[in-house]
Design a protein around this ligand. Structure first.
Ligand code: GN1
Ligand code: MG
Length: 368
């Protein structure tokens, strides 16, 4: 992107000091993210400026209303608990005329937050303690929002984790095969088809009223937790664009998907990819130490199902995007979405192999 545009957008926000630099930041697949540095008498001030993907988030007003309400709510809890409100929750930097965001001439929504200083995040974890910490953070997040009125939130992406609908879209993409890629993906398509009936289990349970809708994060990739550089402790949950009513199984599941694989999400050597059961245990331990107390028995048992569901769903989403010409997830090389599909499906197959153990571990740490 042209940095002149970034600079121009930055000027709309109530940032302090003299502009020094802007650079691309992070490795999200959806939005465009920039780190801004300003010089102030007290030293450098850093901000995160983001351009929200308007094809994916069509109601940016609603999205920003959600983000404002959630961050304000969490900030009050952090203050009450004696925490640091500038590090333990994102802070929205308003525009100079007091709004949460700025919409440019092309209709893109831009927003700015304070950079949380002295933190890092994991894209891959190597040891259980790190993942246990991540689990604690996401467990704490859902517990903190337990009493937040979910009906006040906008659904920023309708049917985001409706795996049943994700399958319908996938089947359409296979049928249409607009990019002539069906042949190359035949093994993966076949794999996905074997799970077609499993795909609707959580949606069906929700419809039958067996699982409660809560305020969930819905994008609990492990790099969405900021860890303190000095202590290694989790301090802040970020990427609040998809915070909306959902199932805890989705949140638990996306962390297991992204955290228990010791290799990259797009690793081509599948012998390196697996669902590590030791890491599963570490995450479950951390997550349930916080969220355990609010969960019903059925929700507890839905957690391993969520792990398999979200990993399958994510694989199906990557595969659909591959078949549709890579228009959703950012790609940096040809075939990347198919590689991503393969890692997810390898993990699903692993989960089937150690399913009983996953259930046993979940029960064990879920005991109150
Ligand atoms: C996207 O951009 P990022 O990494 O935060 C996606 C998630 C997927 C993830 C897969 C809004 O998240 O749902 O699980 O990629 N976010 C959206 O890596 O679709
Ligand atoms: Mg995200």
């Amino acid at each position: 992107m042209d940095f002149g545009i970034v600079r121009r957008e930055a000027d709309f926000f109530d940032v302090k000091g003299r502009f020094i630099s802007a650079r691309e930041y992070g490795d999200g697949h959806i939005n465009d993210t920039f780190l801004l540095t300003y010089q102030t008498p007290a030293g450098p001030a850093e901000y995160v400026l983001q351009r929200i993907n308007k094809n994916i988030f069509t109601d940016s007003e609603g999205l920003m209303e959600n983000m404002k309400a959630i961050t304000e709510y969490i900030r009050e809890v952090v203050k009450r608990e004696g925490g640091d409100p500038l590090r333990e929750v994102l802070t929205i930097v308003p525009t100079r005329d007091g709004k949460t965001h700025h919409v440019d001439e092309e209709g893109y929504c831009w927003r700015t937050t304070l950079l949380v200083p002295d933190v890092f995040s994991y894209s891959v974890v190597v040891d259980g303690d790190q993942l246990c910490e991540t689990g604690r953070a996401f467990g704490h997040f859902v517990k903190t929002l337990d009493r937040f009125d979910a009906t006040t939130l906008k659904e920023t992406i309708p049917d985001f984790h409706n795996t049943k609908k994700r399958y319908e879209t996938f089947l359409r993409a296979v049928k249409e095969d607009k990019w002539g890629r069906r042949e190359d993906a035949s093994a993966e398509i076949e794999f996905a088809m074997r799970y077609a009936s499993f795909a609707s289990t959580l949606v069906d349970q929700l419809e039958r009223g067996e699982l409660p809708l809560r305020v969930t994060h819905n994008d609990t990739k492990i790099n969405n937790v900021l860890m303190d550089k000095a202590t290694g402790k989790a301090i802040c949950v970020v990427d609040l664009d998809t915070v909306m009513p959902g199932l805890v199984a989705y949140d638990f599941g996306d962390s297991i998907r992204s955290g228990t694989n010791p290799a990259d999400e797009d690793e081509r050597d599948l012998s390196k990819v697996r669902m590590d059961i030791g890491l599963y245990e570490a995450f479950a331990k951390g997550y349930l130490s916080e969220a355990g107390e609010i969960l019903t028995e059925k929700e507890l048992l839905s957690l391993p199902v969520g792990a398999k569901m979200i990993t399958l769903e994510c694989g199906v989403r990557f595969l659909t995007d591959y078949l549709e010409g890579d228009h959703y997830f950012k790609t940096h090389r040809p075939g990347q979405n198919l590689d991503r599909t393969r890692t997810q499906f390898k993990m699903v197959a692993d989960m089937d192999k150690c399913w009983d153990e996953m259930v046993e571990i979940t029960r064990r740490y879920g005991k109150k």
